[in-house]
Design a protein around this ligand. Structure first.
Ligand code: FAD
Length: 344
């Protein structure tokens, strides 16, 4: 369904929260949304759904929101596509934002696609760059395409709102401004528990392997150059000495040396640690899109022409089986002598 664009105004960010804790990606999107809203000269708003979540509004103002569209209702206590979609669709139909952004998390991906289908509008998934064509008020949502070989800029010219999802750690949150104020627009939700198709019986927390690469300050990542599962142990050893997390290329994951939760890149996670070690990783674009925002990248590779060296701050050309044990030894010595791993 086509719409009259002029009816739509404002930049919105869907605020993901779990048990009252705001997801980092939502604050990052407020930072990016702030820039887009300023370019357009419009309001930036958060869209907050949940139960007993009103106190979170103040944090959203401090991270850049001018307003929060809030639905606070027991029916929204746990995320369900059915209830959250209804809430976001109702708010969108009533207040008509021109742009709506989501974190590309499990929740954000589920919700954004459901909302796009219901509103009959477009959605650019896994965007890495967002900009505005101010003349035409068009969101320019860019993302890697064709296996990462090109960066495609996608426009949604005829439908509103223009929607995009962005992975965690791709955008930067703004420095919070303590005490910054905004307005809360509270709406009810017209849903009855009895009429819903989905019921939450109980929530079971994932007790599987806990990997939180997205929040890690130090990541030691290994690739196919480590030859086998035995060789990959060097990555774990270095990570342990440095108090870091273990990352991996897709080839290392596919070889079965480590679980998929550790995969960095286009089909893994996007990370932005203070220090990223890339050991025996060639530097394929599908890997580098997931780690190139790291503050300090140290690459170890025995091929001086490996593409990873175009993406690093320090290049160590050498055999990982010689270099990494020496690094482990040196870091251990330094720590035993009272030193510490410093970064930042
Ligand atoms: C649609 C799609 C999505 C993808 N998604 C991802 C993704 O999310 N993440 C990802 O990582 N990949 C992804 N890939 C795969 C990607 O294209 C590469 O194939 C992969 O990243 C290569 O992994 P690697 O660098 O470990 O292995 P290789 O490319 O085989 O590189 C091994 C490197 O180790 C070096 N080496 C060898 N021996 C040593 C030694 N003794 N010491 C030091 N260095 C040594 C070699 O010089 C080489 O540079 C994707 C591909 C496609 C098509």
């Amino acid at each position: 369904m086509k719409v009259r664009e002029s009816e739509y105004e404002g930049v919105w960010v869907f605020i993901e929260q779990h048990e009252g804790k705001i997801a980092g990606v939502s604050l990052e999107l407020l930072g990016e949304g702030r820039k887009l809203a300023d370019k357009l000269g419009v309001e930036l708003a958060g869209v907050l759904l949940g139960y007993q979540v009103k106190p979170l509004c103040q944090t959203l103002f401090e991270y850049g929101a001018d307003a929060v569209y809030l639905i606070d209702d027991p029916i929204l206590k746990d995320y369900r596509s059915e209830t959250y979609m209804k809430g976001v669709v109702d708010l969108t139909n009533k207040y008509k934002p021109e742009i709506l952004l989501y974190g590309a998390t499990a929740t954000g991906r589920d919700l954004a696609s459901a909302v796009a289908t219901d509103l009959q509008t477009g959605l650019t998934a896994d965007t890495t760059i967002l900009d505005i064509n101010t003349e035409e008020r068009l969101l320019e949502a860019s993302r890697p395409a064709f296996g990462g070989n090109i960066c495609a800029t996608i426009l949604c010219k005829e439908h509103r709102p223009q929607m995009a999802s962005v992975r965690p750690k791709v955008m930067k949150a703004m420095e919070p401004i303590k005490g910054r104020a905004g307005k809360i627009v509270e709406e009810p939700i017209d849903l009855k528990e009895e009429s819903l198709k989905t019921k939450v019986l109980r929530m079971i927390k994932d007790m599987g392997e806990k990997v939180n690469l997205e929040e890690a300050d130090i990541i030691v990542a290994g690739g196919k150059g480590l030859r086998d599962a035995e060789g990959f142990k060097l990555v774990h050893q270095l990570a342990e000495v440095l108090g870091g997390q273990v990352g991996a290329s897709r080839d290392a994951v596919e070889a079965g040396w480590i679980g998929h939760a550790h995969q960095v890149g286009q089909t893994g996670v996007t990370v932005g640690p203070k220090i990223y070690f890339a050991i025996g990783i060639s530097g394929a674009v599908q890997h580098t899109v997931g780690m190139q925002n790291s503050e300090l990248i140290i690459a170890i590779n025995n091929d001086p022409n490996a593409p990873i060296f175009d993406h690093c701050h320090y290049a160590i050309v050498g055999d990982a089986f010689e270099v990494v044990p020496k690094l482990i030894e040196e870091f251990k010595k330094s720590i035993q002598q009272g030193g510490e791993v410093k970064y930042g």
